[in-house]
Design a protein around this ligand. Structure first.
Ligand SMILES: Cc1cc2nc3c(=O)[nH]c(=O)nc-3n(C[C@H](O)[C@H](O)[C@H](O)COP(=O)(O)OP(=O)(O)OC[C@H]3O[C@@H](n4cnc5c(N)ncnc54)[C@H](O)[C@@H]3O)c2cc1C
Length: 356
């Protein structure tokens, strides 16, 4: 069973997310402009017990927040993923169960950075993980690049894959955690982005970073990915559908006059979105039910619908939406991230073609 499949955690009160969604709405423009970042809202979600809530509850939260601010929804996804990695490791390896760290990430006090895109590529057989580790008398020492990661705040805990040995064909793999403050970690200045500028997204370089045995979360890369995949893809789907729902809903008031000609497009998008959301909510309540292909298809469908919905909204809103500071323009830029995020649209299509 996945760590999020258990009903062990009590459901948060139904209206507990309201302050989180309201804060995301209030701060969206400042976050988009890079004047604020999403940490305060992640922390608020932690204080309300929402980061650690059952998956179906977090899915609803991420969807609602994505309708207001994708940067904040994306940060909630990253935070919950790191919590899921730590809990998954603790289920299997007593040594990896660092209660204080789990509590810090679960409360939002310690930022969680999921540098796991290379893990997905390695397990899919696309490319080996780029960080190489060598064994020492006290654990592992790592060298190599993190090409992209978000939530690269100075006090963050970073979860990433390594291969133990130079030869990708024979090297063992492991998932490990480090702190960004560890000696040997160098973060590059964040490059200006099309959107998500406030998510502390950049690259990093590891030079001889030491990993103690209790910081090794798993040595079974494929097994680890299989366990966390439902949470990973369902919450990514949630921020796609949250954005799409906002666009499709806001479109409804602008299908008048000549724009009535776009009604069929709106109807078709609405039907596709409903289908994606039905699958999402069903599987968020039963994350063990879908197979890998079902999850990959869902994530692909969600990103495709979101990109189309943001485009339709921009088409309907004309010049008002084309103003760079408008929420319509922000959503158009935010949506452009969805096919780029790992698993990328190319990877999803490639993997699905091999699942047939
Ligand atoms: C703002 C931002 C935030 C991010 N945050 C995170 C994060 O928190 N965690 C994280 O893990 N990653 C993060 N990423 C990375 C992201 O998830 C993707 O891995 C990355 O955007 C893929 O683009 P790339 O150019 O780095 O990689 P590439 O793998 O070089 O992909 C470039 C293109 O080539 C395709 N491609 C990939 N492999 C092959 C191949 N073998 N042959 C041919 N084509 C291939 C891809 O589908 C894509 O279209 C972030 C990226 C951005 C832009």
């Amino acid at each position: 069973m996945s760590p999020d499949g258990s009903a062990a955690l009590a459901a948060a009160p139904v209206d507990a997310a309201d302050p989180v969604v309201a804060q995301a709405r209030e701060r969206a423009a400042d976050i988009d402009a890079g004047r604020e970042d999403p940490r305060a809202t992640v922390r608020l979600a932690g204080d309300l017990g929402l980061l650690d809530a059952p998956l179906v509850r977090v899915t609803g939260l991420v969807e609602e927040v994505a309708g207001e601010c994708l940067s904040t929804a994306f940060s909630l996804w990253a935070q919950r993923m790191v919590l899921t990695y730590l809990r998954t490791a603790a289920l299997h390896t007593a040594a990896a169960a660092d209660g204080e760290l789990i509590e810090g990430v679960g409360s939002g006090a310690v930022p969680g950075c999921t540098a796991m895109a290379p893990t997905l590529r390695d397990v899919a057989g696309i490319a080996p993980v780029p960080v190489v580790a060598e064994r020492t008398s006290v654990g592992l020492r790592r060298h190599g690049p993190i090409h992209w990661a978000s939530q690269l705040y100075p006090d963050a805990v970073v979860v990433l894959p390594v291969r133990v040995g130079e030869d990708p064909g024979t090297a063992e793999r492991a998932v490990v955690r480090i702190r960004l403050s560890d000696p040997g970690v160098q973060v590059a200045p964040a490059p200006p982005l099309l959107a998500l500028d406030a998510t502390a997204s950049s690259s990093a370089r590891l030079d001889g970073v030491a990993v103690a045995p209790d910081a090794v979360l798993s040595t079974d890369l494929a097994g680890f990915v299989a366990t966390v995949r439902p949470t990973f893809l369902l919450l990514q789907t949630a921020f796609c559908t949250g954005l799409a729902t906002r666009c499709v809903t806001d479109c409804a008031a602008h299908l008048t006059g000549v724009n009535a000609a776009l009604q069929p497009d709106h109807d078709e998008l609405g039907a596709r979105l409903l289908d994606v959301r039905r699958r999402l909510h069903r599987w968020a309540a039963r994350p063990d039910e879908p197979d890998k292909a079902g999850l990959l298809r869902l994530r692909l469908d969600a990103a495709t619908v979101a990109v189309a919905a943001a485009r339709l909204e921009a088409t309907l809103r004309g010049g008002a939406g084309y103003r760079s500071g408008s929420a319509v323009a922000r959503r158009l830029r935010e949506a452009s991230f969805l096919p780029v995020q790992a698993p990328t649209e190319g990877q999803l299509r490639w993997e699905l073609s091999r699942c047939a």
